[in-house]
Design a protein around this ligand. Sequence first.
Ligand code: IMP
Ligand code: MG
Length: 180
Amino acid sequence: MSQITSYISQYDIQEKVEELGKRITDYYGETSVSDTNPLMVLVILKGSTIFFADLVRRLKLPVTVEFISISSYGNDMESSGEVRFELDTRQPMTGRHVLIVEDIIDTGNSLNAVVNLLRGRNPESLQIVCLLDKPSRRKTWVDVFWTGFKIEDKFVIGYGLDYAERYRELPYIGILQLEQ
Ligand code: IMP
Ligand code: MG
């Protein structure tokens, strides 16, 4: 059997999400985000969905929501280094404030590819909120504006994050040790 060790509790996640919600709300309160120009919250499927669902309910801002899908991982624990867009949004981004919601930044390859693509669409601003960061694994520099937790180089699952599509439903974040 694979072993799961609890790493970040449900309570600590919720506290962090509340804090991020406040900080993001304060930040966009100083911008031109308004009812006529709502913040575009751009969710990267699938790992970010649970974080997004909690976070968006903490934003006291007018928002619209879009989903994109990229693939950078197969069913193992190492990044392929290649990124493919599988689902894109057709909503115009010109003049919009765009907030990318990501679950975890590892090598940075995936987010960097997304940011490069989106910058070409001339958003008014483009920021990233990421729940988890593994700084020791970084290969490509990415400017993440808000980070939830900086973590060690461990493979984590739960709260949206998967291993081979499993464990997304766990309410906490755990470390997965595979059977040897
Ligand atoms: P990057 O391109 O290497 O930064 O990979 C980022 C993506 O890899 C994340 O959005 C996740 O989908 C996946 N990933 C990276 N590390 C983990 C992990 O520890 N658990 C689950 N998925 C991970
Ligand atoms: Mg992801």
